[in-house]
Write a protein that binds this ligand. Structure first.
Ligand code: GLN
Length: 455
């Protein structure tokens, strides 16, 4: 299996993989063979997997898609990587992503854009573009990814594969290079909901090295895959179907909703009026946290250090000026601004208050005895994948593409994307559409059930 996928990776031109080391992979495959011979197995023993290059690994370089970390080798494995190694998976390599996971098209990677396997002139989505493209092109059967404001769901949608962002705190952030710590959440991208469930089983769990890790009993996320959907109430927020939603995406999503009605579910009209505020709120909070997290990249402790400098301050400045790309610098500037004296109350604090209101809106729809629905459905992305290069010089256009994924992240809720058809304006190939399924806290097993019944 490992050889099969390594060969495919070797002949792929998608730029999905950043680091591959055949020898290392085959060594791990041999170890998996030994475990299988000794009958010391988990459902994932011997299964090849690829990790987003934001999870640190001892054996492979970890760059986070940045020049800053071009030659960085971590002295330890991220908890997620440790968990998969313990389960016996075989690492195929590290996957391309937007620099420090900042982006929606994977065009912000220092190592170049990833191509969408369905149409190589289109973006794969971001920031986990390498993960989604690798699964779609069958370069790996399983991949890890991270989602801060949509980076699992949106690339999964644009590449026609399945991805789930679990409840915030489910997957350890230890060794996952930090972007916005109150939002960052790891999760899997794979072909099906069932595969995602197997991967979630391995990658969730309490970790005392992550201060926001949830302490919850272990569960089997695939336990209810085959439950009937009779009586399921699906909330359909009107704000997810307003202006800005492309007609072809709407059509595919509505067709999926009618399939759910055939499966016995009922559609309930709901309203999440704060949805549009999720963009300004997220693009204040995420850069604020990023500006703080990224202060560690100073040329002293990690990564790139400028060759010529006069003194310490000059070294900091030059190292950061050379090591970070444009989008990362933009976020650091915005973040430092909204956190600065005199602006903190007006921007950062205000954004935190609205964040709470956005969470409350979801909670009144999904939680408690008076809840309106069991899950919420809508599009993941307002459009299908756009052309490579189309939004490169327009950061705001990139931010607007996140309209349907950000609110779930701000609320800490689980959300997933499953393929539900294709867009209309076919150019050089098909462009997939994803259906978003959002659930209440800890309701991943239900999301997977709902997805599996459709798949
Ligand atoms: N597109 C969003 C951003 O650029 C989300 C990225 C993410 O989830 N990592 O911040």
């Amino acid at each position: 299996l490992a050889t099969l996928f390594l060969d495919r990776i070797g002949s792929s031109d998608l730029n999905a993989f950043l680091h591959v080391d055949r020898e290392l992979t085959l060594k791990q495959a041999a170890q998996a063979d030994q475990r299988i011979a000794a009958n010391d197995v988990t459902p994932l023993t011997g299964i090849p997997i690829a990790h987003k290059d934001i999870f640190v690994t001892r054996d492979w370089r970890t760059t986070a898609g940045s020049k800053m970390l071009e030659n960085y080798v971590s002295p330890f494995d991220a908890t997620v990587v440790e968990q998969f190694n313990a389960a016996g998976t075989v690492t195929l390599g590290k996957l391309n992503c937007d620099e420090f996971a900042m982006g929606s098209g994977n065009e912000n990677s220092y190592f170049g854009a990833v191509k969408n396997p369905w149409d190589k002139t289109a973006v794969p989505g971001g920031s986990s573009g390498g993960s989604a493209a690798a699964i779609a092109a069958r370069l790996a059967p399983a991949a890890t990814a991270t989602d801060t404001g949509g980076s699992i769901r949106q690339p999964a949608s644009l590449c026609g594969v399945t991805g789930i962002k679990p409840t915030y705190g489910s997957v350890s952030r230890y060794g996952m290079i930090a972007f916005a710590s109150s939002l960052d959440q790891g999760g899997p991208i794979a072909k099906t909901a069932e595969d995602c469930g197997l991967l979630l089983n391995a990658m969730t769990g309490f970790d005392q090295r992550d201060s926001t890790s949830l302490e919850r009993p272990k569960e089997d996320f695939n336990r209810s895959l085959n439950d009937s959907l009779k009586g399921l109430r699906i909330g359909v927020p009107k704000e997810f179907f307003g202006a800005g939603l492309a007609a072809d995406v709407e059509q595919a999503v509505r067709a999926a909703l009618s399939e759910y009605e055939k499966l016995g579910a009922t559609l309930v009209d709901i309203s999440l009026p704060k949805t549009e505020l999720s963009i300004p709120v997220y693009y204040v909070i995420a850069p604020a946290e990023a500006s703080s997290n990224l202060s560690r990249f100073d040329g002293v402790r990690y990564g790139h250090r400028a060759a010529d400098y006069k003194d310490l301050a000059d070294m900091y400045q030059k190292s950061r000026a050379e090591g970070f790309g444009d989008e990362v610098k933009r976020r650091i500037l915005v973040g430092a601004y909204v956190l600065s004296h005199g602006y903190y109350d007006a921007y950062y604090l205000q954004a935190q208050k609205i964040r709470r209101l956005i969470a409350q809106e979801f909670q009144s729809a999904l939680l408690g005895p008076n809840r309106q629905c069991d899950v919420i459905m809508g599009p993941v992305s307002p459009t299908v994948a756009w052309d490579l290069g189309d939004k490169t010089d327009d950061p705001i256009a990139n931010y607007l593409a996140d309209i349907f994924t950000l609110s779930t992240s701000l609320a800490g809720l689980p959300g997933m994307s499953i393929p539900c058809g294709f867009g209309q304006g076919e150019k050089n190939g098909k462009r997939p559409v994803g259906l978003q399924i959002i659930g209440s806290y800890y309701d991943e097993a239900r999301l997977l059930n709902v997805a599996h019944q459709y798949q």
